[in-house]
Ligand binder design. Structure first.
Ligand SMILES: Nc1ncnc2c1ncn2[C@@H]1O[C@H](COP(=O)(O)OP(=O)(O)O)[C@@H](O)[C@H]1O
Ligand SMILES: [Mg+2]
Length: 253
């Protein structure tokens, strides 16, 4: 059955969107069928992949005006896009009964069509993020290997624990992804050690290195495998995807 993964960190610029796109594309390379969900009103994921404006986006679906209507980027890779309209959803849905479960319901009819559904969360811990967590099997937390990487993490953990207790018993921290790693910088190495002390085994062995191709690919509306499959960025995300599959298989959840 399909696994649902949320990329979460309420800080911006830590590699959520880059990881959502390239984990998704990497899993497709490994023969999986993937649906990407852009749940950020900034719509960086949709823009980075050059998705043409769809009549119905994640916003219309959350408002109950449409089903989820995935757009096919290429074989085995679909996306439900976002637009700035989504920024209104948190307020508009505030009085809706079962408002934390809207996304989960939307996934019901389609989730078995995919091996993975990957959700790119907004940089906040509001209703959109609660919907992501309420529907997910796993949360992955990308952390930039910089000073203050762990700042605010207690809050994320608290939210995840509450969601697990109240909304979704199935939810687990599936992994922590160290991003934008530069091995030449002692600080980066120290931060990885600190992250490992805090999260232990949850931290993926694969470090996502700082790599210019990862930053350039969105300007060409491509994932890293289409943009430059020989880059370090493509290697790192491929290794991460292999680790993800091994980990999920080992858990047998
Ligand atoms: N490993 C990396 N190496 C170089 N640049 C990166 C890397 N990961 C992300 N970036 C760049 O850093 C910026 C923030 O990344 P992004 O994935 O958009 O973060 P978030 O979604 O958490 O806000 C983007 O410009 C992105 O292209
Ligand atoms: Mg983002």
């Amino acid at each position: 059955m399909g696994k649902i993964i949320s990329l979460l960190n309420h800080k911006g610029g830590v590699g959520k969107t880059t990881s959502a796109i390239n984990i998704g594309a990497g899993l497709v390379e490994l023969g999986k069928k993937v649906l990407l969900i852009d749940l950020d009103p900034q719509a960086n994921l949709s823009l980075s992949l050059g998705i043409p404006r769809q009549p119905n986006t994640i916003y219309e679906a959350l408002r109950g005006e449409s089903e989820l209507e995935p757009y096919t980027i290429r074989e085995n890779l679909d996306v439900v896009m976002s637009t700035l309209d989504l920024s209104g959803a948190e307020m508009e849905l505030i009085n809706e009964a079962g408002r934390e479960y809207i996304l989960k319901e939307l996934f019901e009819p389609i989730k078995d069509e995919y091996d993975f559904i990957i959700i790119d969360c907004p940089p906040s811990l509001g209703l959109l993020t609660l919907n992501a967590l309420g529907s997910s099997d796993y949360v992955y937390i990308p952390l930039q290997t910089q000073f203050l990487a762990l700042q605010g993490l207690a809050k994320i953990k608290q939210v995840i624990d509450k969601v697990k207790f109240r909304l979704n018993k199935n939810l687990e921290i599936g992994g922590v992804i160290a991003t934008m790693y530069d091995s030449r910088k002692i600080l980066n190495r120290d931060v990885v050690e600190t992250i490992k002390k805090y999260f232990g085994e949850k931290v993926f062995e694969t470090l996502i290195r700082d790599n210019v191709s990862l930053a350039e690919a969105p300007s060409q509306r491509q994932d890293i495998f289409n943009y430059n499959r020989n880059s370090i960025g493509a290697q790192d995300y491929m290794n991460l995807c292999e680790e993800i599959l091994q980990r999920i298989e080992a858990e047998g959840k």
